[in-house]
Write a protein that binds this ligand. Structure first.
Ligand SMILES: CCCCCCCCCCCCCC(=O)SCCNC(=O)CCNC(=O)[C@H](O)C(C)(C)COP(=O)(O)OP(=O)(O)OC[C@H]1O[C@@H](n2cnc3c(N)ncnc32)[C@H](O)[C@@H]1OP(=O)(O)O
Ligand SMILES: CCCCCCCC/C=C\CCCCCCCC(=O)OC[C@@H](O)COP(=O)(O)O
Length: 233
């Protein structure tokens, strides 16, 4: 029986990969993050036909939320939610929340209220199937390079919140920040709440420095919490 050099090299690589995964933290980190992105992409492909039945509609966020909720278990993450009763039950509001990394999607999907859509940077629209799903979910896209356009989009959002009973989730830091502290807030979320005359509901996604650090390429398992801090007018 002949074994080509290519086949032998492939077999060796396949044997070495688990060893590398076991021994090398950085390799493990990239595998876990690669799988995270790949899995979300796959979920997006599942979500597209389900969401397409309704077209672009905030009700599709329920499908997206439902499809995402098991992802934490793949990573051995247990989530604790505190203060969920602080969401006003029957009116639109603006959620403001800290933003550490793309893992925040897990915290967001754990507590995302019905008829609530995030405001996202426009670039997400171009992430293939993920962009399509975001669009079908009614996610509001802003062009951060064009302040004037972003402000107009927010003004439209204020109108939509009232006319279509929609809640909006804003990351007021305006970007991901995994430094352990918070960046100064941008003001769009608060203008939005004033324009729509709705409450602001602050949510904290607790720091996950102890189980995740992009800088140190560390991603282990842990309990992780999200909590609403109460609603203010
Ligand atoms: C199954 C598969 C599942 C896949 C699931 C995928 C889920 C995906 C989830 C994705 C999650 C993705 C998450 C993400 O993508 S996070 C990134 C995108 N999100 C944000 O950037 C939101 C936060 N940003 C803001 O609120 C900014 O303020 C905006 C963007 C609006 C402008 O920022 P910019 O930096 O350009 O300007 P500035 O903040 O210096 O403001 C300039 C001036 O304008 C005034 N001003 C501001 N706003 C308003 C307003 N509305 N009406 C009237 N005035 C307003 C403001 O007071 C200031 O004036 P002054 O006070 O100095 O006089
Ligand atoms: C045809 C192009 C194909 C591209 C395929 C790309 C595949 C990517 C697959 C899955 C990505 C899953 C994660 C998506 C959600 C990420 C949400 C997020 O965290 O956005 C960052 C934004 O908050 C702030 O951005 P910056 O920190 O300012 O930057």
């Amino acid at each position: 029986m002949e074994v080509s050099v290519g086949t032998a090299a492939l077999a060796l690589a396949l044997l070495l990969l688990p060893l590398l995964y076991e021994r090398c933290g950085s390799f493990r980190f990239f595998c876990k993050m690669g799988f995270y992105n790949g899995w979300i992409l796959l979920l997006a492909l599942v979500a597209i036909p389900l969401c397409a039945l309704r077209g672009r509609d905030v009700e599709n966020m329920k499908i997206i939320r439902g499809l995402m909720q098991h992802v934490k278990r793949l990573y051995g993450i247990r989530m604790e939610v505190r203060g969920a009763h602080n969401f006003p039950p029957r009116q639109p509001y603006v959620v403001v929340s800290n933003h550490q990394s793309s893992l925040d999607l897990l915290g967001m999907m754990e507590v995302l209220p019905d008829r609530c859509v995030p405001i996202a940077k426009r670039e997400l629209l171009y992430m293939g199937a993920v962009g399509v799903v975001c669009w079908l979910g009614g996610i509001i896209f802003i062009d951060r390079k064009r302040t004037h356009d972003a402000i107009s989009t927010m003004a439209e959002a204020a109108h939509t919140m009232l006319s279509q009973d929609v809640r909006v989730w804003v990351f007021p830091e305006g970007t991901r920040n995994h430094s352990g502290s918070m960046l100064p807030f941008k003001r769009g979320a608060f203008h939005l709440a004033v324009q729509a005359q709705v409450p602001v509901v602050p949510i904290v996604i607790s720091s996950y420095q102890h189980f995740y650090s992009k800088r140190e390429r560390r991603f282990t398992q842990d309990v992780w919490g999200t909590g609403t801090c109460g609603a203010g007018g």
